[in-house]
Design a binder for this molecule. Structure first.
Ligand code: ME8
Length: 504
């Protein structure tokens, strides 16, 4: 059986989660659900990055210990994963003792192999990015990402010989043109490397809130090295048995562009140093913007995902995020935009189609799905093509492209209702067969939509299947079932409330 391993970044717990965190988690969930529909063995990992400066400072501001702070904050992040209906197989915390062990073992190995050395260092440090910047990176003397003043940090730190990996990294990029997707991000990552890599500090002396360096407990491991290792450590202890051999390398690490360099340069070099295979793909998405700016906790312009989901429902939120903004690009989100798509696409295109279809089968066929036409259907080939498009596009994490192609099919079904006008056919008894054909096609089309839309709007599609008379079994939702004519004639349709009540 094929395997599929997908991850989100592990989120900082210096503040409550926002819509950007929900976004990446939903994207990973869409891919995880799709690969389960393909019959693959899936592992989906998300979690929290709990060490380092921002968490320690947030704790200090609140007058609690870092341990108390992270234990309280993690609750919200776990709630967010559950609230967006994420099917993660594990939720990792970098304060888990087993993670700490893996990190210590990993850097001890690098130290033993001579990849780590001690050096005095001074540099400009952003406490929010947890990264050093050189003068040329700054924007008006400030952090290019957070727009805040940097501190001059002078310490004796342990360094990782990143510069030794420059050629091997470039070779890897050369040999794997889709290592980083989209291609613009691959080029960006490549150019970080061709500009020349300097060794990086991988420990901090002045911080206490972190994982002690095993051979020098006066220092803690740099939070980014600690964090990146979650992708390996999670496999080690999520289940009773170590899952590394089963699932490593990761198939997709998802993230926004802010953390590309850590994932495309530092992470592969660390893995090479320790003798691991590299992840197959990094997918780098854009920023959700509000009022033209990246939403961020530091800037304070955030949309509360819990409030949006409370008001409009989880599936509507999942749908909107990927319909409105092309996955891979930046895009503006707003409540107005949300409401307009909700009404036009979820309430009208999909919800109404389900209600009308079920109502017509109820009225004209005694609630029992009529038999298929005897001489095949024009839908057979286009559904095969659509299914292939879905598999190909999600294989590249083209979530928005996939959704668009399924939506075109939803629209085609709506047109079919209008053009064939079953209510007219129903008045002419000699056209009974025509009527039954149309109703069969609508039910069958909706069944296929439910399968193909399942990763995006899971609860709604399960409900659509129920209304079309199918048992609540995952087998009914496998991709293999998205073939024209696999539906069961005679299945009893069930009416219900609107799936997406219109917003006024
Ligand atoms: O960077 N639009 O954590 P973080 C889209 N702990 N996605 C967004 C977003 C926005 N406006 N804001 C955040 C960290 N994200 C590290 C990661 S991984 C080994 C360590 C999402 O809490 C996006 O996935 O700042 C981004 O990469 C991530 O949250 C950053 O989360």
């Amino acid at each position: 059986m094929d395997k599929f391993y997908v991850t989100t970044p592990i989120y900082y717990v210096n503040d409550v989660p926002h819509i950007g965190h929900a976004y990446t988690t939903i994207a990973a969930d869409i891919l995880a659900r799709h690969h389960r529909q393909l019959g693959e063995d899936v592992f989906f990992l998300t979690g929290t990055d709990e060490h380092g400066n921002p968490a320690a400072r947030a704790a200090e501001r609140r007058g609690v210990t870092p341990e108390q702070h992270v234990d309280e904050m993690v609750v919200k992040f776990r709630e967010l994963a559950a609230a967006v209906d994420a099917t993660n197989d594990f939720f990792i915390r970098t304060t888990d003792s087993q993670h700490v062990e893996v990190v210590q073992e990993f850097i001890q190995k690098l130290h033993d192999r001579g990849d780590i050395y001690l050096k005095s260092y001074s540099g400009l440090y952003c406490g929010s990015c947890e990264a050093f910047y050189s003068e040329k990176d700054l924007v008006e003397g400030k952090c290019p990402d957070h727009g805040i003043e940097l501190e001059l940090v002078e310490e004796e730190n342990y360094f990782f010989r990143l510069s030794d990996y420059q050629d091997r990294l470039l070779d890897h990029f050369e040999a794997h043109p889709d290592f980083v997707i989209p291609a613009t991000r691959q080029n960006e990552a490549r150019s970080f490397i061709t500009q020349g890599l300097e060794d990086i500090s991988i420990s901090r002396a002045a911080l206490e809130w972190g994982i002690p360096v095993p051979w020098d407990p006066g220092q803690v491991v740099y939070v980014w090295v600690d964090a990146l290792l979650n992708y390996l450590s999670g496999l080690r202890y999520a289940r009773e048995e170590d899952q590394t051999a089963r699932f490593w390398p990761a198939d997709f690490h998802l993230m926004a562009k802010d953390i590309l360099k850590f994932h495309a340069v530092i992470w592969p070099a660390l893995l090479m140093a320790a003798g691991y295979e590299l992840p197959r793909h990094l997918f780098v998405h854009g920023y959700l913007l509000m009022g033209g700016q990246k939403m961020s906790k530091t800037r304070g312009n955030v949309l509360d995902p819990f409030a949006v989901m409370d008001q409009y429902g989880v599936d509507a939120f999942r749908f909107y995020c990927f319909r409105e903004v092309t996955f891979g690009q930046d895009g503006v989100v707003s409540l107005e935009g949300f409401e307009s798509r909700y009404n036009s696409e979820l309430a009208n295109d999909l919800g109404n189609l389900v209600s009308r279809t079920v109502a017509m089968v109820g009225k004209y066929c005694d609630s029992s799905v009529p038999p298929p036409p005897r001489d095949g259907s024009s839908f057979t080939r286009s559904v095969d093509k659509l299914r292939e498009t879905v598999v190909t596009s999600l294989g590249k994490a083209d979530i928005t492209g996939c959704l668009e192609s399924v939506w075109q099919f939803v629209r085609r079904l709506n047109k079919h209702v209008e053009q064939s006008a079953p209510w007219v056919l129903a008045k002419e008894p000699e056209r009974r067969e025509e009527l039954e054909t149309v109703l069969y096609e609508l039910v069958e089309g909706l069944r296929i939509c439910a399968i193909l839309l399942h990763p995006f709007i899971p609860a709604t599609t399960v409900e659509i299947m129920r209304r079309l008379g199918y048992p609540p079994a995952f087998e009914e939702l496998m991709i293999e079932k998205a073939r024209w004519g696999r539906g069961a004639p005679g299945s009893p349709v069930v009416a219900g409330d609107p799936l997406f009540p219109r917003l006024d």
